[in-house]
Ligand binder design. Structure first.
Ligand SMILES: Cc1cc2nc3c(=O)[nH]c(=O)nc-3n(C[C@H](O)[C@H](O)[C@H](O)COP(=O)(O)O)c2cc1C
Length: 514
C-alpha cells in the first residue's frame, strides 16, 4: 500500500449541476420484521423527499471514525477495507420537486446530493421503461476497481463484487422501507449499461465498471418482462453528458489480472434469462418485536473485535437463518431473478442448546442431495434440536470449531470469538456453464446480499456482524470435503458480541459537512 496514492473515496463529476437531497432522520416506522416481506408497507409516492429518504437509507454516510488526526466516514452499505468502490446512479422520469425532465444522476454521498449528468426526453424515458411497472425509477451500480486494488491488488475484483451485493441489498431494503421493491434487470449487456450510465469515455486506471441496474417500483406491481429497451440506448450514446470525473489518485499501479477478469466476465445482452423461480423458503414468520427497520439500517456497523463470551439462543440462531432464505416475497432476495445459489457452512461456537461444530444451511432444498454427495461421506446430516420446518439446516460435525474457523478466515480472531461464523458456498460450475463467465460476479453479488442480511440480523438481536473477505478457499473446501469446482467458497462472515470501537465518534444518523 502506498499511502501517497490512496484513492479518494468520493467520485465527483466536476461541473455537473448538483441537486441537493434532504437529510431525513430515521423514523420508527416501518417495523423491522414486517418490512422484510412484500405487502406490509404502504407504498409511498415518488417525489424528491422519498428519493432523498431512499438514498439516506441505502448509500449515504452514516458514521464517523477518528484515530489521531485522521477521521473517516462510514456508510450505510459496508465495504471491504471501507474503500467503497461502489458508485450509485439514479435514472428517473419527471418527479415532484426533483426534476421536470427525465435525468441520469450520480449520487454523491459526501454531499448527499445528486449530480445531474444528463437530461433526456420523456419519449425516451417512456420507451426505455416500457414493460416496467409505473411509476418506476432505475438505480445503477458501478465499481471503481482501482479503489479496492490500491490496497488488495488482484483480490480486489472479488471484493468489489461482494460490495456490489451489499449495495444491492441496501437498495432493496431502502426500497422496502418506502413500500417499494427493487428488481435486478439483467438483460442488458455491459456495453449497454455503460451507455445508459454515461460511462463510455475511456477513464484509464480509474474506470468505473458498470455492474448492474435495478428497477425500483411500488410493491404489489409486477415486472412484466423485466427488460429495458436496448433500442433506445442509441439516444443515450449521443447525450451531452455533464461533468468531468475527478482524479482519485495521483498515480496508479497496474493489476492486469483485474482487467483480464473484467474482460472475461463482460456480459453480452441476453433475453429471457432465468425463467421464473419460485420461493425456496417457507413464508417468513414475522415477530411482533417493536423494532424500527431504519434504526437497524443506521446502526449497522462491522465489529472490529468480538468478546469471546456472548452467546445467543437457538431460536435467535434459527430466526437469523430463516431471514437468509428466499421465502415468498422476501426482501432483499426478491431483487435477484435467479434461484438461490449460495449455501452456508456454519461454524457454531456459542449458540445455546446447540452442540458447537460444523453445520450446513442449504438455501435451495433441491440442492441438498447434490451438496451432500459432494461433501465428506462421514457427515451425518442430522437435523439439530428444535430446528423449524422449512429450514434445511444439518449438523455435520460436533466439536470446538473455533481454531479451525479462525484458520480458514486468514487467522482472523473475529471468526473464532463470536457466536457463529460461516463460509458461503456457491453452486459454482453449473451456473457458469449454463449462463457463461459473466455470471461469475453475480455469485459474489448474491453472497453480498446474504451478508447484508446477516449484518442487519445481528444488530436486530443485539450482537454485531462483520463480513470476512479474507479467507483461504482451499482449506475451507477441505473442511467440507469439496474436491471439485461444483461448489466453491466465496465469502465468509462472523457474528458475536462486539468489543467497543473507541474510534467511533458519532451516533446515527450522521450528516457529513464537507
Ligand atoms: C466484502 C467485505 C469484506 C470484508 N472483509 C473483512 C475482513 O476480512 N476482516 C475484517 O475485519 N473486516 C472485513 N470487512 C469489514 C469492513 O472492514 C467494514 O465494512 C468497513 O471497515 C466499513 O465499516 P462498517 O461496516 O462499520 O461501515 C469486510 C466488509 C465487506 C463488505
Amino acid at each position: 500500500m502506498d499511502w501517497a496514492t490512496q484513492p479518494n473515496p468520493f467520485r465527483r463529476y466536476e461541473g455537473a449541476p448538483l441537486i441537493a437531497l434532504d437529510h431525513i432522520p430515521p423514523s420508527s416506522e416501518p417495523q423491522y420484521d414486517a418490512a422484510f416481506v412484500v405487502g406490509h408497507v404502504l407504498p409511498q409516492p415518488f417525489s424528491r423527499r422519498q428519493v432523498s429518504q431512499f438514498f439516506c437509507d441505502s448509500l449515504a454516510l452514516s458514521a464517523l471514525k477518528q484515530a489521531g488526526n485522521s477521521s473517516w466516514a462510514l456508510r450505510i452499505n459496508p465495504s471491504s477495507g471501507n474503500l467503497h468502490p461502489t458508485e450509485g446512479y439514479l435514472i428517473c422520469g419527471p418527479m415532484a420537486d426533483l426534476c421536470t425532465m427525465p435525468i441520469v444522476c450520480h449520487y454523491a454521498p459526501a454531499e448527499h446530493a445528486l449530480e445531474r449528468r444528463a437530461e433526456f426526453s420523456l419519449e425516451t424515458w417512456q420507451a426505455l421503461t416500457k414493460g416496467l411497472p409505473e411509476p418506476v425509477l432505475l438505480v445503477g451500480l458501478t465499481s471503481v476497481h482501482w479503489r479496492e486494488a490500491w490496497k488488495y491488488g488482484e483480490r480486489a475484483y472479488r471484493y468489489c463484487q461482494h460490495d456490489v451485493g451489499h449495495a444491492m441489498a441496501a437498495v432493496s431494503l431502502a426500497a422496502a422501507a418506502l413500500g417499494w421493491q427493487a428488481t435486478l434487470l439483467d438483460d442488458l449487456g455491459t456495453d449497454a449499461l455503460a451507455t445508459l450510465l454515461g460511462l463510455c469515455e475511456p477513464r484509464g486506471a480509474e474506470a468505473e465498471q458498470p455492474d448492474c441496474v435495478l428497477a425500483v417500483y411500488p410493491q404489489g406491481r409486477v415486472v412484466r418482462d423485466g427488460t429495458l429497451r436496448s433500442e433506445v440506448l442509441e439516444t443515450f450514446a449521443t447525450l451531452p453528458w455533464l461533468g468531468k470525473p475527478n482524479l482519485l489518485s495521483q498515480s496508479h499501479v497496474k493489476w492486469p489480472m483485474i482487467d483480464q477478469v473484467t474482460a472475461a466476465t463482460k456480459k453480452p445482452p441476453t433475453d429471457q434469462l432465468y425463467g421464473t423461480s419460485g420461493p425456496t423458503g417457507p413464508p417468513l414468520a414475522i415477530s411482533a418485536a417493536p423494532l424500527s427497520l431504519r434504526k437497524i439500517i443506521y446502526q449497522r456497523r462491522s465489529a472490529v473485535a468480538l468478546d469471546g463470551r456472548t452467546g445467543i439462543t437457538h431460536d435467535a440462531f434459527y430466526r437469523i437463518l430463516a431471514k437468509t432464505l428466499a421465502g415468498p416475497g422476501q426482501f432483499p432476495f426478491n431483487a435477484l431473478p435467479w434461484t438461490p445459489l449460495i449455501h452456508l457452512a456454519l461454524f457454531v461456537h456459542r449458540v445455546r442448546d446447540l452442540d458447537p461444530g460444523l453445520y450446513v444451511l442449504v438455501r435451495d432444498p433441491t440442492q441438498t442431495t447434490v451438496l451432500r454427495a459432494e461433501m465428506k461421506p462421514e457427515f451425518p446430516w442430522a437435523k439439530p434440536v428444535a430446528c423449524p420446518d422449512g429450514l434445511e439446516l444439518y449438523q455435520l460435525q460436533t466439536g470446538d470449531a473455533r481454531k479451525l474457523s479462525e484458520q480458514v478466515s486468514c487467522h482472523q480472531s473475529i471468526a473464532a470469538d463470536g457466536c457463529f461464523s460461516l463460509g458461503m458456498i456457491a453452486e459454482f460450475e453449473r451456473p457458469l456453464q449454463q449462463f457463461g463467465a459473466w455470471f461469475y460476479p453475480r455469485l459474489f453479488w448474491e453472497s453480498g446480499v446474504v451478508g447484508q442480511v446477516l449484518y442487519l440480523e445481528a444488530e436486530a438481536i443485539g450482537i454485531r456482524g462483520t463480513g470476512i473477505g479474507c479467507f483461504f478457499d482451499d482449506p475451507m473446501h477441505s473442511v467440507l470435503g469439496l474436491k471439485t469446482l461444483r461448489y466453491q467458497s466465496l465469502y465468509h462472515f462472523t457474528t458475536g458480541g462486539p468489543v467497543e470501537d473507541s474510534r467511533l465518534r458519532s451516533s446515527p444518523p450522521y450528516s457529513f459537512i464537507p
